[in-house]
Design a protein around this ligand. Sequence first.
Ligand SMILES: NC(=O)c1ccc[n+]([C@@H]2O[C@H](COP(=O)([O-])OP(=O)(O)OC[C@H]3O[C@@H](n4cnc5c(N)ncnc54)[C@H](OP(=O)(O)O)[C@@H]3O)[C@@H](O)[C@H]2O)c1
Length: 318
Amino acid sequence: MYRAKTRLLITGVSGLLGNNLAYYFNGKYEILGLYNSHPVIINGIRTEKCDITSKVAIERVVQEFNPSIILHCASLTNVDQCEIDQKIAKEVNFLSTKYLVECVIHKDVKLIYISTDAVYDGEKGDFSENDKINPLNYYGISKYEGELETEKKEQSLIFRTNIFGWNIQDKQSLGEWVLNELKEDRSITCFKDAYFSSIYTLEFARIIDVAIQKDLSGVYNCGSADSCSKYNFTRKIAELFELDNSLITPISIDEFNFKAKRGKKLTLNVEKLQNALGYKLPTIDQSLTVFYKDYKRGLLEELRNVGDETKEPRTIGN
Ligand SMILES: NC(=O)c1ccc[n+]([C@@H]2O[C@H](COP(=O)([O-])OP(=O)(O)OC[C@H]3O[C@@H](n4cnc5c(N)ncnc54)[C@H](OP(=O)(O)O)[C@@H]3O)[C@@H](O)[C@H]2O)c1
């Protein structure tokens, strides 16, 4: 007997995580992916433009598509831009979440919100979910406000994370930037005193998959099982890709003139998630190995050329 697939709505399908999640869940669910300014075409997936700062637009999508699961990845992620354009950051990171929650509050929908390690202040490190929320910048504030809205929806799930991966857009995550600079033999500086527990997007996708199956709810940190400085992270990448380590110079984050303050030890304690999932999360080395293997098997080209039958590549990067 024909059984319709469960409908999954992904916001931010043109972004790093949303796009990788669409790739991972393609075929498993009937997916509608929403983008805003970067149209993206993905075989087997419906994508459409929707400015999520418009409640009317969100209502229309939710009513028409009637999703059972929502992966809310869309966000204004440029931390300095959030500091400068606080009104826009509030609209994208907080108000859109509020609207989504209002649209599904009485529906049988699993809402999954992607939050950030930046809700913590980065002072003590090894943050667990019960530690004090104390964002140092407006990005962190607006993401936390999004969390509070999400919690109004029964059985909702929130992940506080930090990610790296292969981008469909021309912008680069830390790993991709390091790789591109070193490949061109350009010297780079990296923070020796900024620590994180970044996790590879497709490892994160597997975790979300299991979390959905187990119907997890509540707030979870989701990062690698261990942590390292951004400087060591870049060295690990150079080693994996056999690039010249000597091009990387360690500097202090204090030497950098960011518009928005950054925490130094944004390392995540992931015990709660490990216990709920029943397995150990990957270490940064393990995550990086998969990142490397995916590159070797041509994932980046696959992500960037998943056009329709006319083989038109992503129409992204305008
Ligand atoms: N990257 C990290 O290291 C990191 C760390 C911690 C937490 N996170 C969280 O992880 C999630 C995904 O991050 P990411 O790095 O994948 O983000 P990203 O690559 O910057 O992508 C952001 C996405 O949000 C969409 N978006 C922005 N404004 C929108 C609007 N008004 N209407 C509809 N869509 C809009 C963008 O669409 P268009 O491009 O089409 O405009 C894009 O698809 C976010 O919630 C972020 O806060 C990321």
